[in-house]
Design a protein around this ligand. Structure first.
Ligand code: BES
Ligand code: MN
Ligand code: ZN
Length: 508
């Protein structure tokens, strides 16, 4: 999408490739709109006036009006007014944008919704309902039309591309609000699509050194600082977990340190840690081949952290933000880590490796230990850590565990707002015995039960008394099927929820 603009004009006088009306499931609103459509565009009343278009959520209809300036009209149902939320507009806009694109439209124009729609909806409670509305519409359009097509040399579908999104309004103050919504949403969605691009990229394109090169490139673009540690530096830091996981691979590891706004520490300092396993074969405890290709996305946490720092820098969010990415492959080479090996982490704790496929926690342990040195107000890690978390929550929610209930409930709140939902799982101390080892401080697997939790209990041993939240994104990060505005493959999950959380950050 090249341009997002808000124009003060009436729908009927604006040339439109595809004009979108959001229609609630409300007889009065529907009748009003039906009359207007007949008056302006001579669309017979049957589609909207009768039972054939009811305005239920998810309903969508493409019409070709007899009008010199308006080529297509899209009716997008949003359901009952009281239940309309930002998520409703994301989904409806995504469907509308895709329908417009598949019918060769280049420009998507959003007709100003009736004020009764926003006023009666849940957007009414937000700081600026019109900004919220525009933000959600832009999210739906930008995220819903995303495609990963870098390696597609001949596109099979004859679809074109949507080039611009235009919102119409009659009011000057709404124009200001909506313009603000559009410009913030654009930056945030570019963060999400960046994370998608990085995670969708194949393992022969993204590996530790190329991931580090992306970090450098983005740092230069947005003006944050970056430091890349190579294998020697990693050894000097005593990051035994990261070294151990990387030793089966011909490609050396990297430890990537990002920093935005170092001088803003007194307004709050937050460290983000992202699991950067650029391919997880399982190592010697090798995975079955079916579905192994998905494990090129085992750096989705790293992608989210990199994209979040990039986005925070572009939005100039006034907190000191640190991004830490342990990056490695997990391969079963001749020098690979073996079951039974014991590694010593940066903090001095040792772990017995019972399964080389539980590699994420081994590298995160070092990164979390490193993160505590910054004395952050809060540390959040994002990791495609366990299949068990996918079993527990599916692709619809991120598992959240941690030691700081009030930060956790604020993050959960941001999860609801952005619909990148996070859901708490407990860290009862009784789980700790499951990762006890006879010959080391810890064991890297906890047995059959509570796999998402025992992984988090392992991580907890490395954060000391730092406030910490662990997000197991294994489910939502990797989509087996498209869902609404999330395509199949990498979802870019994490960026929107974290940015919302950081924008609402208040120390204390
Ligand atoms: N990267 C995987 C977890 C994963 C699985 C992410 C499916 C996304 C989708 C992780 O490194 C892993 O292999 N975990 C093991 C842990 C087990 C050996 C204790 C798992 O979940 O099976
Ligand atoms: Mn693994
Ligand atoms: Zn993994």
């Amino acid at each position: 999408m090249r341009t997002l603009t808000v124009i003060r004009a009436a729908a009927s006088s604006t040339p439109s490739d595809a004009l979108v009306y959001f229609i609630p499931e409300d007889p009065q609103a529907r009748d009003r709109l039906a009359k207007e459509l007949v008056r302006l565009y001579r669309i017979p009343p049957t589609p909207v006036g009768q039972a054939s278009f009811r305005g239920t959520e998810g309903e969508i209809l493409l019409l070709f009006p007899a009008h010199p300036k308006i080529r297509r009209i899209i009716l997008a149902g949003v359901g009952r007014i009281e239940t309309v939320s930002a998520e409703t507009f994301r989904r409806a806009s995504s469907s509308a944008a895709r329908l417009a694109r598949s019918s060769q439209a280049r420009t998507l124009v959003i007709a100003e919704p009736d004020a009764t729609l926003l006023n009666g909806s849940t957007l009414h409670g937000t700081a600026d309902p019109w900004e919220t509305f525009a933000f959600a519409v832009a999210e739906g359009v930008l995220l819903g039309t995303y495609r990963y097509e870098k390696y597609i040399s001949t596109r099979k579908t004859p679809e074109g591309d949507l080039r611009s999104l235009v919102a119409l309004t009659q009011s000057a103050s709404r124009k200001v609000s909506m313009t603000r919504g559009f410009s913030t949403a654009r930056i945030v969605c570019e963060g999400t699509t960046l994370a998608r691009d990085l995670a969708n990229a194949p393992g022969n394109e993204i590996y530790p050194s190329t991931l580090a090169a992306h970090a450098r490139r983005l740092a230069r673009k947005a003006g944050f600082s970056v430091r890349i540690m190579n294998e020697r530096d990693i050894r000097r830091l005593n990051m035994g977990g990261l070294l151990a996981v990387s030793q089966g691979s011909a490609r050396p590891p990297r430890f990537i340190v990002l920093e935005h706004n170092r001088q803003a520490g007194r307004k709050g300092r937050i460290a983000l840690v992202g699991k950067g396993v650029t391919f997880d074969s399982g190592g010697i405890s090798i995975k079955p081949s079916a579905g192994m290709a998905e494990m090129k996305m085992d750096m989705a946490g790293a992608a989210a952290v990199l994209a979040t720092v990039y986005t925070a820098a572009r939005l100039k969010i006034p907190v000191h933000l640190i991004g830490l990415i342990p990056a490695t492959e997990n391969l079963p080479g001749g020098k690979a880590l073996k079951p039974g090996d014991i590694v010593r982490h940066l903090t001095g704790l040792t772990s017995e490796v019972d399964n080389t496929d539980a590699e994420g926690r081994l590298i995160l342990a070092d990164a979390l230990g490193y993160g505590t040195r910054y004395k952050p107000d809060l540390m959040i890690d994002l990791a495609t850590l366990t299949g068990a978390c996918v079993v527990a929550l599916g692709h619809e929610a991120t598992g959240m565990m941690g030691n700081c209930p009030s930060f956790m409930s604020r993050l959960q709140e941001s999860g609801e707002t952005t619909y990148e939902r996070v859901w708490p799982l407990p860290l009862f101390k009784e789980y700790e015995r499951l990762i006890k080892s006879d010959i080391a401080d810890l064991k890297n697997v906890g047995g059959r039960w509570a796999g998402a939790i025992t992984a988090a209990v392992f991580l907890k041993k490395f954060v000391g008394d730092t406030s910490w939240i662990h997000l197991d994104i294994a489910g939502p990060a990797i989509m087996e099927e498209p869902f609404e505005y999330i395509p199949k493959g990498a979802s870019g999950v994490g960026v929107r929820v974290l940015i919302d959380f950081l924008r609402n950050w208040k120390k204390g």
